[in-house]
Design a protein around this ligand. Structure first.
Ligand code: PLP
Length: 444
């Protein structure tokens, strides 16, 4: 692993778990070895599933962001993964935060050292009490997409800085948010006129092309729509200063999306002297940073341990072995149901070894979560080594976005804990220095 040794740091933030350094793979293995020690001592729940979070990966994503979108300030979408270290790291890097609720606003402000102007309350349909609380906390920027919201804001937070969320094409995205939010362009003049009548300040426009956007060209059309809203605003007597391009950035398509976005902004907003451009990325920052290790707690197989795998069964397209692991769709893998993800298990350890011989035959298998519900299927069909047994460990990568944040304790299973690493290489030192400086600044 690049020669990086594992070790740990005294925590910069006493209230948080310790930070480790060394490649995340080392910490997946350390966690597994630790679990087997606990199992030998007959500790209950010794084989618990756990995440390894590599904060240096979050940092590398930020470097990518700054390189490709230097003019756009990211306001990280807290809902995607409100992990305390991720929030502190992004705060130390100067990011803002997209909060959807009172709870998220409180979490961000409780970190300390974050001015409320670094928060946008990006939920167009808010409870009155939440708007009132935002006012009390000094959070002024908030989105809206309907008349009722304007009346609510006029009553509860009359000095709010409103941002009109418009509808854009999200048909190419994993999660289509337009079904629920976004004002069609034809309704915008009416909304702006009502805002004027209520003496409210509307400062800009936002959109969201859908979470997990697979067609970066839609950003171009969305920017053209935002431009027309800037023009409508001028007509209505507002002078817009904020353009919020939302989230949806997919890791593999990021550079392409950034290029489409930059070209469109340059074309439609050639003069950006008084315009601040922000975005609300979520999954882009955290998806790759978290891996999950889960233990095989049970197995149902038609063959006894001593029988060699029957050729026909191996080749059939029906999984012949069922593995049950200790995290599932009611836990970290809720992303399968809510975020339309597909889990790709790989072997972390087998028969006490971290090495799987290449000669090991594979077998079509299915992987299930631990609850008693049959919907709790992690992978309906996957090839896994035929020799996998109870006690072996499976790994899952790209587990940082919309996973741990929505995990439940259904059936009494705990939400899997996170082990933190700064990763290996040069960026680890940079992450460490940023966190250290932030901890000193906020005296945590
Ligand atoms: N902003 C808003 C308003 C959202 O609803 C979401 C996701 O649902 C995001 C940002 C983050 O989107 P993504 O994680 O795809 O970047």
């Amino acid at each position: 692993f690049g020669g990086t040794e594992a070790g740990s740091e005294p925590s910069f933030f006493p209230s948080l778990p310790p930070l480790h350094f060394g490649h995340p793979e080392i910490h997946l293995r350390n966690g597994i070895m630790n679990a087997s020690r606990l199992a030998n001592d007959a500790e209950p729940d010794a084989e618990k599933a756990f995440f390894v979070a590599d904060l240096s990966q979050v940092y590398r994503q930020h470097l990518r962001w700054v390189a490709c979108l230097p003019e756009i300030t990211p306001f990280y979408a807290v809902k995607c993964n409100p992990d305390p270290y991720v929030l502190r790291l992004l705060a130390s890097l100067g990011a803002g935060f997209d909060c959807a609720s009172n709870g998220e606003i409180s979490q961000v402000l409780s970190i300390g050292g974050i001015d409320p102007s670094r928060i946008i309350f990006a939920n167009p349909c808010k409870a009155n009490s939440f708007i009132r609380n935002a006012c009390k906390m000094g959070v002024d920027a908030m989105t809206f997409d309907n008349m009722d919201e304007l009346h609510k804001v006029a009553r509860t937070h009359p000095r709010a800085k409103l941002v009109v969320r418009i509808l854009t094409d999200d048909t190419k995205s994993l999660c289509q948010l337009g079904l629920k939010y976004g004002a069609p362009l034809v309704t915008v003049p009416g909304l702006l006129a009502k805002a004027k009548e209520l003496h409210l300040d509307v400062i800009g426009v936002s959109f969201h092309v859908g979470s997990g956007c697979y067609d970066p060209s839609v950003y171009s059309d969305a920017i053209a729509r935002a431009r027309s809203v800037f023009d409508m605003a001028k007509e209505a007597g507002f002078s817009f200063t904020l353009l919020d391009v939302g989230g949806g950035f997919e890791d593999a398509l990021f550079e392409q999306a950034a290029s489409v976005l930059t070209d469109a902004i340059h074309q439609h907003f050639p003069d950006r002297t008084n315009i601040k451009v922000i975005a609300e990325p979520g999954r882009f920052y955290v998806s790759k940073a978290f891996s999950l290790a889960a233990n095989i707690i049970a197995r149902r197989a038609p063959f006894s341990d001593s029988t060699t795998i029957n050729e026909n069964a191996t080749l059939s397209d029906h999984p012949s072995v069922m593995y049950y692991i200790n995290d599932g769709v009611y836990g970290a893998f809720n992303c399968i149901l809510f975020d339309h993800q597909v889990a790709h298990p790989y072997v972390l350890s087998m028969n006490g070894s971290f090495h799987v011989p290449s000669s090991e035959p594979v077998c079509l298998s299915s992987v299930w979560g631990p609850t008693c519900d049959s919907i709790d299927c992690v992978s309906p069909k996957t090839n896994l080594p035929a020799g996998l047994r109870v006690g072996d460990w499976l790994g899952f990568d790209n587990m940082g976005a919309y996973t741990v944040c929505a995990a439940s304790q259904f059936n009494g299973f705990e939400v899997s804990k996170v082990v933190y690493t700064l990763g290996g290489g040069v960026t680890a030192a940079e992450v460490r220095n940023n966190l250290l400086a932030f901890a000193a600044e906020t005296r945590q």
